[in-house]
Ligand binder design. Structure first.
Ligand SMILES: [Mg+2]
Length: 122
């Protein structure tokens, strides 16, 4: 079972994403509240997929993506960005920086499942 890292400064959003992941069979979920916290969790190892918010204090999602892609240790981990409608025009930048895919809030379990399967199975 792949371990999924959910990064969002909102505990409510993290809970929604975590519950959705559990519903589709991903029960091994680690949470982080910003990019710095996420990098700490990634350094601990064993993360197979990152779902990250864009806007967060301390370190935002786009800086996190740059840090992940620059890492020797976990540079290839798949990343899905969870954005709001307003951030949609910034998604091209995120994709150019190495985000594998993105999900626009609010999303359904089916959408999340589809995106995860696409990213995890190539
Ligand atoms: Mg946020």
């Amino acid at each position: 079972m792949p371990k999924v890292l959910v990064v969002d400064d909102s505990a409510t959003i993290r809970r929604i994403v975590k519950n959705t992941l559990e519903r589709i069979g991903y029960t091994d979920v680690v949470e982080a509240e910003n990019g710095i916290d996420a990098l700490t969790k990634l350094k601990e190892g064993d993360i197979s997929l990152v779902l990250t918010d864009w806007n967060m204090p301390e370190m935002d999602g786009i800086t996190l993506v740059k840090s992940i892609r620059a890492s020797d240790k976990f540079g290839t981990v798949p990343v899905i960005m969870v954005t709001t409608e307003a951030e949609k025009n910034e998604v091209m930048e995120a994709l150019q920086l190495g985000v594998n895919d993105y999900i626009v809030k609010p999303f359904t379990p089916d959408i999340l499942k589809e995106k995860i399967e696409k990213v995890m199975n190539g």
